[in-house]
Design a binder for this molecule. Sequence first.
Ligand SMILES: [Zn+2]
Length: 460
Amino acid sequence: MLDLAVIGATAVTPGATKLADVGIKDGKIANIAAPGTLQAAKFIDARGMLLLPGAVDPHTHLDAEMFGARTADDFESGTIAAAAGGVTTIIDYAFQTAGGSLGEAISKWDDKARGRAVIDYGFHVAILDPTPAAIAEIPKVVERGVSSFKIFMMRGFEDRARDFLRAFKMAAEAGALLTIHAEDEHLIGYCTERLLGGGNRSVAHFAASRPPLSEAAAVLRGLKMTELTGAHAYFVHLSSKAAIDEIRRARRNGANRAVLAETRPIYLYLTQEKFLEPQGEKFVGYPPLRERADIDAIWEALGDGTIDVVATDHCSWPLERKTAPDRFTRIPPGMSNLETLVPMLYSEGVVKRRISLERMVELVASNPAKIFGLYPRKGAIVEGADADLVVFDPDAKVVVHASEMHSRADYDPFEGFEVAGWPRATISRGEILVNDRKSAARPGRGMFLPRAPFSPESER
Ligand SMILES: [Zn+2]
Protein backbone atom coordinates (compact mmCIF):
# COMPACT_ATOMS: atom_id res chain seq x y z
CA MET A 1 0.00 0.00 0.00
CA LEU A 2 1.24 3.46 -0.87
CA ASP A 3 1.72 6.01 1.92
CA LEU A 4 0.26 8.86 -0.09
CA ALA A 5 -1.09 9.53 -3.56
CA VAL A 6 -1.58 12.88 -5.26
CA ILE A 7 -4.53 12.38 -7.56
CA GLY A 8 -6.24 14.24 -10.35
CA ALA A 9 -3.51 16.75 -11.20
CA THR A 10 -1.86 17.54 -14.52
CA ALA A 11 1.70 16.36 -13.85
CA VAL A 12 4.74 17.79 -15.62
CA THR A 13 6.99 14.76 -16.15
CA PRO A 14 10.11 14.64 -18.36
CA GLY A 15 8.31 12.91 -21.24
CA ALA A 16 4.89 14.53 -21.05
CA THR A 17 2.53 16.89 -19.32
CA LYS A 18 -0.51 14.74 -18.60
CA LEU A 19 -3.24 13.81 -16.16
CA ALA A 20 -1.58 11.34 -13.82
CA ASP A 21 -1.77 10.11 -10.24
CA VAL A 22 1.51 9.99 -8.36
CA GLY A 23 2.02 7.41 -5.65
CA ILE A 24 4.52 7.87 -2.80
CA LYS A 25 6.11 5.17 -0.65
CA ASP A 26 8.90 5.67 1.91
CA GLY A 27 9.55 9.22 0.73
CA LYS A 28 10.05 8.23 -2.91
CA ILE A 29 7.91 8.44 -6.00
CA ALA A 30 6.74 4.83 -6.30
CA ASN A 31 4.59 5.13 -9.39
CA ILE A 32 3.13 7.49 -11.93
CA ALA A 33 -0.16 5.96 -12.94
CA ALA A 34 -3.31 6.47 -14.95
CA PRO A 35 -5.92 8.49 -13.04
CA GLY A 36 -8.00 6.52 -10.54
CA THR A 37 -5.81 3.43 -10.35
CA LEU A 38 -3.80 3.90 -7.12
CA GLN A 39 -4.52 2.58 -3.62
CA ALA A 40 -2.99 4.61 -0.83
CA ALA A 41 -3.32 5.21 2.92
CA LYS A 42 -3.90 8.90 2.24
CA PHE A 43 -4.84 10.99 -0.78
CA ILE A 44 -4.36 14.58 -1.84
CA ASP A 45 -7.17 15.61 -4.16
CA ALA A 46 -5.40 17.79 -6.70
CA ARG A 47 -8.06 18.07 -9.40
CA GLY A 48 -7.61 21.28 -11.36
CA MET A 49 -4.03 21.62 -10.10
CA LEU A 50 -0.65 21.26 -11.74
CA LEU A 51 1.83 18.85 -10.20
CA LEU A 52 5.41 20.07 -10.54
CA PRO A 53 8.72 18.68 -9.29
CA GLY A 54 9.96 20.66 -6.28
CA ALA A 55 12.20 23.46 -7.46
CA VAL A 56 15.97 23.26 -6.96
CA ASP A 57 17.49 26.64 -6.16
CA PRO A 58 21.26 26.42 -6.55
CA HIS A 59 22.00 29.97 -5.39
CA THR A 60 21.13 31.03 -1.84
CA HIS A 61 22.82 32.92 0.99
CA LEU A 62 21.28 31.92 4.31
CA ASP A 63 22.80 32.86 7.67
CA ALA A 64 25.60 34.68 5.84
CA GLU A 65 27.64 37.63 7.05
CA MET A 66 28.37 40.52 4.72
CA PHE A 67 29.19 44.17 5.29
CA GLY A 68 29.46 43.49 9.01
CA ALA A 69 25.91 42.22 9.31
CA ARG A 70 24.04 38.91 9.26
CA THR A 71 21.33 38.15 6.71
CA ALA A 72 17.72 38.27 7.95
CA ASP A 73 17.10 34.63 7.08
CA ASP A 74 18.87 31.67 8.60
CA PHE A 75 18.42 28.08 7.44
CA GLU A 76 15.13 27.79 9.31
CA SER A 77 13.23 30.85 8.06
CA GLY A 78 14.94 30.71 4.65
CA THR A 79 14.02 27.11 3.97
CA ILE A 80 10.45 27.62 5.26
CA ALA A 81 10.11 30.51 2.79
CA ALA A 82 11.55 28.23 0.11
CA ALA A 83 9.08 25.45 0.86
CA ALA A 84 6.18 27.92 0.88
CA GLY A 85 7.24 28.94 -2.63
CA GLY A 86 7.63 25.39 -3.98
CA VAL A 87 11.41 25.13 -3.59
CA THR A 88 12.39 21.78 -2.05
CA THR A 89 16.17 21.84 -2.50
CA ILE A 90 18.71 24.63 -2.10
CA ILE A 91 22.44 24.82 -2.64
CA ASP A 92 23.91 27.50 -0.38
CA TYR A 93 27.30 29.18 -0.64
CA ALA A 94 29.80 28.37 2.12
CA PHE A 95 32.49 31.06 2.31
CA GLN A 96 36.16 30.29 2.80
CA THR A 97 37.77 32.71 5.25
CA ALA A 98 41.10 34.44 4.51
CA GLY A 99 43.79 31.84 5.12
CA GLY A 100 41.13 29.27 5.99
CA SER A 101 40.60 25.83 4.51
CA LEU A 102 37.71 24.85 2.24
CA GLY A 103 36.82 22.02 4.61
CA GLU A 104 36.37 24.47 7.48
CA ALA A 105 33.93 26.49 5.37
CA ILE A 106 31.81 23.39 4.76
CA SER A 107 31.86 22.42 8.45
CA LYS A 108 30.78 25.91 9.43
CA TRP A 109 27.87 25.84 6.97
CA ASP A 110 26.98 22.34 8.12
CA ASP A 111 26.54 23.77 11.63
CA LYS A 112 24.33 26.57 10.33
CA ALA A 113 22.05 24.19 8.40
CA ARG A 114 21.86 21.14 10.66
CA GLY A 115 18.92 21.25 13.07
CA ARG A 116 17.33 24.16 11.19
CA ALA A 117 16.71 23.38 7.52
CA VAL A 118 13.26 22.05 6.63
CA ILE A 119 14.21 21.06 3.06
CA ASP A 120 17.25 19.25 1.68
CA TYR A 121 20.37 21.25 0.96
CA GLY A 122 23.83 21.10 -0.52
CA PHE A 123 26.74 23.50 -0.51
CA HIS A 124 29.15 25.16 -2.89
CA VAL A 125 32.37 26.62 -1.51
CA ALA A 126 33.30 30.18 -2.41
CA ILE A 127 37.07 30.25 -2.87
CA LEU A 128 38.17 33.64 -1.57
CA ASP A 129 41.83 32.90 -0.82
CA PRO A 130 43.32 30.48 -3.39
CA THR A 131 46.35 29.41 -1.35
CA PRO A 132 48.28 26.30 -2.45
CA ALA A 133 46.74 24.44 0.51
CA ALA A 134 43.20 25.43 -0.46
CA ILE A 135 43.78 24.47 -4.10
CA ALA A 136 45.16 21.09 -3.03
CA GLU A 137 41.96 20.48 -1.05
CA ILE A 138 39.66 20.78 -4.08
CA PRO A 139 39.58 17.04 -5.01
CA LYS A 140 38.81 16.05 -1.40
CA VAL A 141 35.97 18.56 -1.25
CA VAL A 142 34.48 17.15 -4.48
CA GLU A 143 34.68 13.64 -2.98
CA ARG A 144 32.73 14.95 0.02
CA GLY A 145 29.85 15.80 -2.31
CA VAL A 146 30.57 19.49 -2.70
CA SER A 147 31.27 19.50 -6.42
CA SER A 148 31.07 23.20 -7.28
CA PHE A 149 33.00 26.29 -6.30
CA LYS A 150 32.32 30.01 -6.47
CA ILE A 151 34.70 32.53 -7.94
CA PHE A 152 34.07 36.25 -7.40
CA MET A 153 35.72 38.22 -10.21
CA MET A 154 35.66 41.34 -8.07
CA ARG A 155 37.17 42.42 -4.75
CA GLY A 156 40.80 41.42 -5.17
CA PHE A 157 40.42 38.91 -7.98
CA GLU A 158 42.92 40.62 -10.28
CA ASP A 159 45.76 40.56 -7.71
CA ARG A 160 45.35 36.82 -7.45
CA ALA A 161 44.42 35.95 -11.03
CA ARG A 162 47.29 33.46 -11.47
CA ASP A 163 46.39 31.69 -8.22
CA PHE A 164 42.80 31.54 -9.40
CA LEU A 165 43.95 30.00 -12.69
CA ARG A 166 45.64 27.25 -10.66
CA ALA A 167 42.39 26.73 -8.80
CA PHE A 168 40.49 26.58 -12.13
CA LYS A 169 42.86 23.91 -13.39
CA MET A 170 42.49 21.83 -10.24
CA ALA A 171 38.71 22.16 -10.39
CA ALA A 172 38.76 20.96 -14.02
CA GLU A 173 40.82 17.91 -13.07
CA ALA A 174 38.66 17.14 -10.03
CA GLY A 175 35.38 17.18 -11.97
CA ALA A 176 34.10 20.32 -10.31
CA LEU A 177 31.98 23.10 -11.77
CA LEU A 178 33.02 26.74 -11.29
CA THR A 179 30.20 29.14 -10.58
CA ILE A 180 31.46 32.58 -11.54
CA HIS A 181 30.28 36.02 -10.41
CA ALA A 182 31.34 38.06 -13.43
CA GLU A 183 31.89 41.76 -12.81
CA ASP A 184 35.19 43.46 -13.64
CA GLU A 185 36.62 45.00 -10.49
CA HIS A 186 38.68 47.67 -12.27
CA LEU A 187 35.91 48.90 -14.52
CA ILE A 188 33.63 49.08 -11.46
CA GLY A 189 36.36 50.78 -9.42
CA TYR A 190 36.92 53.41 -12.08
CA CYS A 191 33.21 54.17 -12.46
CA THR A 192 32.68 54.24 -8.70
CA GLU A 193 35.58 56.62 -8.06
CA ARG A 194 34.33 59.02 -10.70
CA LEU A 195 30.82 59.04 -9.25
CA LEU A 196 31.93 59.45 -5.62
CA GLY A 197 34.52 62.06 -6.66
CA GLY A 198 31.71 64.08 -8.18
CA GLY A 199 29.71 63.86 -4.96
CA ASN A 200 27.28 61.30 -6.41
CA ARG A 201 26.78 59.00 -3.45
CA SER A 202 23.10 58.14 -3.50
CA VAL A 203 21.58 54.90 -4.70
CA ALA A 204 20.36 56.75 -7.80
CA HIS A 205 23.96 56.34 -9.08
CA PHE A 206 24.37 52.69 -8.19
CA ALA A 207 23.53 51.30 -11.65
CA ALA A 208 26.05 53.62 -13.34
CA SER A 209 28.78 52.35 -10.99
CA ARG A 210 28.53 48.81 -12.39
CA PRO A 211 27.51 49.12 -16.06
CA PRO A 212 26.71 46.18 -18.38
CA LEU A 213 30.17 46.63 -19.91
CA SER A 214 31.77 45.58 -16.62
CA GLU A 215 29.68 42.42 -16.63
CA ALA A 216 30.37 41.59 -20.29
CA ALA A 217 34.12 42.21 -19.85
CA ALA A 218 34.27 39.84 -16.89
CA VAL A 219 32.21 37.17 -18.66
CA LEU A 220 34.60 37.32 -21.60
CA ARG A 221 37.63 37.11 -19.31
CA GLY A 222 36.06 34.28 -17.34
CA LEU A 223 35.36 32.46 -20.59
CA LYS A 224 38.99 32.77 -21.68
CA MET A 225 40.33 31.73 -18.27
CA THR A 226 38.13 28.65 -18.22
CA GLU A 227 39.00 27.88 -21.84
CA LEU A 228 42.71 28.02 -21.00
CA THR A 229 42.33 25.67 -18.05
CA GLY A 230 39.54 23.45 -19.43
CA ALA A 231 37.33 24.27 -16.45
CA HIS A 232 33.54 24.05 -16.70
CA ALA A 233 31.96 27.45 -16.21
CA TYR A 234 28.54 28.44 -14.86
CA PHE A 235 27.99 32.19 -14.86
CA VAL A 236 25.69 33.21 -12.00
CA HIS A 237 22.94 35.84 -12.14
CA LEU A 238 23.56 37.34 -15.58
CA SER A 239 21.77 40.67 -15.85
CA SER A 240 22.49 42.22 -19.24
CA LYS A 241 22.13 41.70 -22.96
CA ALA A 242 25.85 42.41 -23.34
CA ALA A 243 26.76 39.51 -21.04
CA ILE A 244 24.31 37.13 -22.70
CA ASP A 245 25.77 37.98 -26.10
CA GLU A 246 29.20 36.82 -24.85
CA ILE A 247 27.72 33.49 -23.72
CA ARG A 248 26.06 32.98 -27.11
CA ARG A 249 29.29 33.78 -28.96
CA ALA A 250 31.32 31.38 -26.83
CA ARG A 251 28.84 28.57 -27.42
CA ARG A 252 28.71 29.24 -31.15
CA ASN A 253 32.48 29.03 -31.34
CA GLY A 254 32.44 25.63 -29.67
CA ALA A 255 34.16 24.94 -26.39
CA ASN A 256 36.46 22.47 -24.70
CA ARG A 257 34.22 22.62 -21.63
CA ALA A 258 30.69 23.43 -20.54
CA VAL A 259 29.53 27.06 -20.61
CA LEU A 260 26.37 27.51 -18.54
CA ALA A 261 24.35 30.55 -17.52
CA GLU A 262 21.99 31.56 -14.73
CA THR A 263 19.81 34.60 -14.15
CA ARG A 264 17.81 35.72 -11.14
CA PRO A 265 14.24 36.98 -10.78
CA ILE A 266 14.97 40.67 -10.24
CA TYR A 267 16.46 40.94 -13.74
CA LEU A 268 13.22 39.60 -15.21
CA TYR A 269 10.79 41.98 -13.53
CA LEU A 270 12.47 45.20 -12.39
CA THR A 271 14.39 48.01 -14.11
CA GLN A 272 16.97 50.42 -12.72
CA GLU A 273 14.28 53.09 -12.36
CA LYS A 274 13.61 51.40 -9.01
CA PHE A 275 16.80 53.06 -7.71
CA LEU A 276 15.16 56.46 -8.21
CA GLU A 277 12.22 55.61 -5.93
CA PRO A 278 12.19 56.44 -2.22
CA GLN A 279 14.10 53.64 -0.45
CA GLY A 280 15.59 52.58 -3.78
CA GLU A 281 18.27 50.85 -1.69
CA LYS A 282 15.80 47.97 -1.29
CA PHE A 283 16.65 46.83 -4.81
CA VAL A 284 20.45 46.85 -4.61
CA GLY A 285 22.09 43.60 -5.66
CA TYR A 286 25.27 42.88 -7.62
CA PRO A 287 25.05 43.38 -10.59
CA PRO A 288 22.46 46.20 -10.56
CA LEU A 289 19.04 46.25 -12.15
CA ARG A 290 19.25 47.13 -15.85
CA GLU A 291 17.06 48.59 -18.58
CA ARG A 292 13.97 47.33 -20.35
CA ALA A 293 16.04 46.10 -23.34
CA ASP A 294 18.08 43.90 -20.98
CA ILE A 295 14.91 42.42 -19.47
CA ASP A 296 13.67 41.59 -22.96
CA ALA A 297 17.02 40.01 -23.84
CA ILE A 298 16.96 37.84 -20.73
CA TRP A 299 13.44 36.56 -21.44
CA GLU A 300 14.55 35.75 -24.96
CA ALA A 301 17.57 33.89 -23.54
CA LEU A 302 15.32 31.87 -21.22
CA GLY A 303 13.23 30.84 -24.19
CA ASP A 304 16.02 30.00 -26.63
CA GLY A 305 18.16 28.01 -24.18
CA THR A 306 21.00 30.50 -23.72
CA ILE A 307 20.18 30.76 -20.03
CA ASP A 308 19.93 27.39 -18.30
CA VAL A 309 18.74 28.22 -14.79
CA VAL A 310 16.69 30.80 -12.88
CA ALA A 311 17.99 30.90 -9.31
CA THR A 312 17.18 33.34 -6.54
CA ASP A 313 20.46 34.57 -5.04
CA HIS A 314 18.21 34.92 -1.97
CA CYS A 315 20.11 37.19 0.44
CA SER A 316 17.69 39.05 2.66
CA TRP A 317 18.18 42.09 4.91
CA PRO A 318 16.02 44.18 7.20
CA LEU A 319 14.94 47.40 5.49
CA GLU A 320 16.69 49.46 8.13
CA ARG A 321 20.03 47.80 7.39
CA LYS A 322 19.52 48.25 3.68
CA THR A 323 18.67 51.97 3.79
CA ALA A 324 21.12 53.09 6.52
CA PRO A 325 24.35 53.59 4.48
CA ASP A 326 25.30 57.07 3.30
CA ARG A 327 26.67 55.90 -0.04
CA PHE A 328 25.77 53.24 -2.59
CA THR A 329 28.99 51.28 -2.09
CA ARG A 330 27.99 50.44 1.50
CA ILE A 331 24.52 49.02 0.87
CA PRO A 332 24.55 45.28 1.58
CA PRO A 333 23.62 43.55 -1.70
CA GLY A 334 20.75 41.12 -2.14
CA MET A 335 17.11 40.64 -1.27
CA SER A 336 14.43 38.08 -0.53
CA ASN A 337 13.30 35.87 -3.45
CA LEU A 338 12.81 32.25 -2.41
CA GLU A 339 9.05 32.31 -1.89
CA THR A 340 8.25 34.16 -5.12
CA LEU A 341 10.68 32.39 -7.51
CA VAL A 342 8.27 29.79 -8.88
CA PRO A 343 4.91 31.61 -8.74
CA MET A 344 6.27 34.76 -10.35
CA LEU A 345 8.02 32.85 -13.12
CA TYR A 346 4.76 31.02 -13.74
CA SER A 347 2.71 34.21 -13.69
CA GLU A 348 5.02 36.42 -15.75
CA GLY A 349 6.51 33.67 -17.91
CA VAL A 350 4.01 30.88 -18.50
CA VAL A 351 0.72 32.81 -18.19
CA LYS A 352 2.08 35.59 -20.39
CA ARG A 353 3.31 33.01 -22.89
CA ARG A 354 6.98 34.00 -22.82
CA ILE A 355 8.00 30.44 -21.88
CA SER A 356 6.17 27.12 -21.77
CA LEU A 357 5.27 25.35 -18.54
CA GLU A 358 7.77 22.61 -19.43
CA ARG A 359 10.52 25.18 -19.99
CA MET A 360 9.77 26.71 -16.59
CA VAL A 361 10.21 23.31 -14.96
CA GLU A 362 13.55 22.90 -16.74
CA LEU A 363 14.74 26.33 -15.59
CA VAL A 364 13.89 25.94 -11.90
CA ALA A 365 14.06 22.18 -11.34
CA SER A 366 15.50 19.71 -13.84
CA ASN A 367 18.34 21.85 -15.22
CA PRO A 368 19.76 22.88 -11.83
CA ALA A 369 19.41 19.28 -10.60
CA LYS A 370 21.31 17.97 -13.64
CA ILE A 371 23.97 20.66 -13.63
CA PHE A 372 24.68 20.32 -9.91
CA GLY A 373 24.79 16.52 -9.68
CA LEU A 374 21.40 15.84 -8.06
CA TYR A 375 19.49 14.32 -10.97
CA PRO A 376 17.30 12.23 -11.03
CA ARG A 377 16.99 12.13 -7.24
CA LYS A 378 15.81 15.75 -7.43
CA GLY A 379 14.34 17.92 -10.18
CA ALA A 380 11.88 15.62 -11.93
CA ILE A 381 8.73 13.61 -11.41
CA VAL A 382 10.11 10.14 -12.19
CA GLU A 383 9.73 6.82 -10.43
CA GLY A 384 12.46 6.31 -7.84
CA ALA A 385 13.09 10.01 -7.29
CA ASP A 386 12.60 11.69 -3.92
CA ALA A 387 8.93 12.62 -3.58
CA ASP A 388 9.56 16.36 -3.73
CA LEU A 389 6.41 17.74 -5.30
CA VAL A 390 4.48 20.96 -5.64
CA VAL A 391 0.71 20.95 -5.99
CA PHE A 392 0.40 24.22 -7.88
CA ASP A 393 -2.89 26.09 -8.20
CA PRO A 394 -2.86 27.85 -11.59
CA ASP A 395 -6.02 29.78 -10.69
CA ALA A 396 -4.81 31.23 -7.40
CA LYS A 397 -4.51 35.01 -7.32
CA VAL A 398 -2.02 36.37 -4.82
CA VAL A 399 -0.80 39.91 -4.23
CA VAL A 400 2.72 39.88 -2.80
CA HIS A 401 2.84 41.36 0.69
CA ALA A 402 5.94 41.04 2.84
CA SER A 403 3.75 40.58 5.91
CA GLU A 404 2.35 37.34 4.45
CA MET A 405 5.70 35.92 3.40
CA HIS A 406 7.78 33.50 5.45
CA SER A 407 11.14 35.26 5.07
CA ARG A 408 12.28 37.25 8.11
CA ALA A 409 13.01 40.17 5.81
CA ASP A 410 10.57 42.98 6.57
CA TYR A 411 10.14 43.99 2.96
CA ASP A 412 9.69 42.18 -0.34
CA PRO A 413 11.16 43.50 -3.61
CA PHE A 414 7.91 42.51 -5.36
CA GLU A 415 5.51 44.10 -2.85
CA GLY A 416 2.16 44.73 -4.54
CA PHE A 417 2.83 42.47 -7.56
CA GLU A 418 -0.29 40.60 -8.63
CA VAL A 419 0.63 36.98 -9.22
CA ALA A 420 -1.48 34.43 -11.11
CA GLY A 421 -0.76 30.94 -9.76
CA TRP A 422 0.66 29.91 -6.38
CA PRO A 423 1.68 26.65 -4.66
CA ARG A 424 -1.23 24.98 -2.85
CA ALA A 425 0.95 22.36 -1.15
CA THR A 426 4.64 21.51 -1.03
CA ILE A 427 5.82 17.97 -0.35
CA SER A 428 9.38 16.96 0.53
CA ARG A 429 10.30 13.27 0.60
CA GLY A 430 6.62 12.44 0.92
CA GLU A 431 5.97 14.83 3.80
CA ILE A 432 3.55 17.75 3.39
CA LEU A 433 5.53 20.78 4.54
CA VAL A 434 3.25 23.62 3.50
CA ASN A 435 -0.47 23.66 2.85
CA ASP A 436 -2.41 26.78 1.82
CA ARG A 437 0.60 28.97 2.64
CA LYS A 438 0.78 27.57 6.21
CA SER A 439 3.97 25.78 7.18
CA ALA A 440 3.92 22.60 9.22
CA ALA A 441 7.59 21.89 8.59
CA ARG A 442 9.80 20.61 11.38
CA PRO A 443 13.14 22.42 11.56
CA GLY A 444 16.03 20.03 11.14
CA ARG A 445 14.23 17.52 8.92
CA GLY A 446 16.21 18.74 5.88
CA MET A 447 19.19 16.59 4.95
CA PHE A 448 22.60 17.36 3.46
CA LEU A 449 22.79 16.22 -0.16
CA PRO A 450 26.16 14.97 -1.33
CA ARG A 451 26.34 15.82 -5.05
CA ALA A 452 27.96 13.95 -7.91
CA PRO A 453 30.91 15.50 -9.76
CA PHE A 454 29.99 17.67 -12.73
CA SER A 455 29.15 15.76 -15.86
CA PRO A 456 29.00 17.72 -19.13
CA GLU A 457 26.86 14.94 -20.65
CA SER A 458 24.07 15.32 -18.10
CA GLU A 459 23.69 19.03 -18.60
CA ARG A 460 20.24 20.10 -19.74
ZN1 LIG B 1 25.04 35.24 -4.66
